[in-house]
Design a protein around this ligand. Sequence first.
Ligand code: PMP
Length: 292
Amino acid sequence: FDQLDGHIWMNGEFVRWADAKLHVLTHGLHYASSVFEGERAYGGEIFKLTEHTERLIESGRILGFEIPYTVEEINQACRDLLVKQGFTDAYVRPIAWRGSESLGVSAQNNRINVAIAIWQWPSYFDPATKMKGIRLDIAEYCRPDPRTAPSRAKAAGLYMICTLSKHAAEAKGYADALMLDWRGQIAEATGANIFFVKDGKLHTPTPDCFLDGITRRTVIGLARDLGIEVIERAIMPEEMAGFEEAFLCGTAAEVTPISEIAQYRFTPGALSKKLIDAYEAEVQPKQAQAAE
Ligand code: PMP
């Protein structure tokens, strides 16, 4: 992945993809002092760009550092890079980290670096395939108590248990893992939030110890616009026996129905389909929508 054509935006400059390197004694690598974003461009426009950039800056603040660019500067760098890369439908990965000026737990004066990479990632929105649903296992690791880790930050360190959980699920033939939290309540998947359907209403865990996804908030808004009641609450795993549909949502996952979580079965149905369609319409560039 480090030898693609094109450019990466790094600390204010475009550098050739293969040359966007850092030193092996980078603090972010040793101590996970790194925060990032995951965004998608549809039809040449990055969906909810400002929300993502604001979350990136806030994640840095939660980890105790100030990203040395404004929201508008990072937004513009993302837009410029998308044009330079020549993509319309793509994944956007901004990242900020403490540099290699000193190596120890304390890194008060290390430079805060920022890079942005964009690669092609068309979204096919093939609802027929999506409606088959994906299979999830339940992870062994739990989302930690917010007093244990800064759970509101999209911080690299929080992904260690996600990779472990996803690998364990994949080894058993599952697509992903559902993580419970330290109280035993349902939290989220390894890179997406979760919703359940019961009696025409959506139920989703309250994001008090995991990422309150931008897609999650978008889906809640779309559902409410469609007159669908959304209930945010603590959900215990045993309750899954009584849910009819389940789906994941996230920038990468978009809206992805679930057929199975460990011993629980779901039938992707009308409500999931409605939200797949509503989300697909929502992500289209606003100028294109206006022209229609
Ligand atoms: N939870 C985790 C752990 C994630 O990595 C993501 C993807 N960023 C999400 C939830 C969904 O967040 P968003 O909708 O903002 O992409």
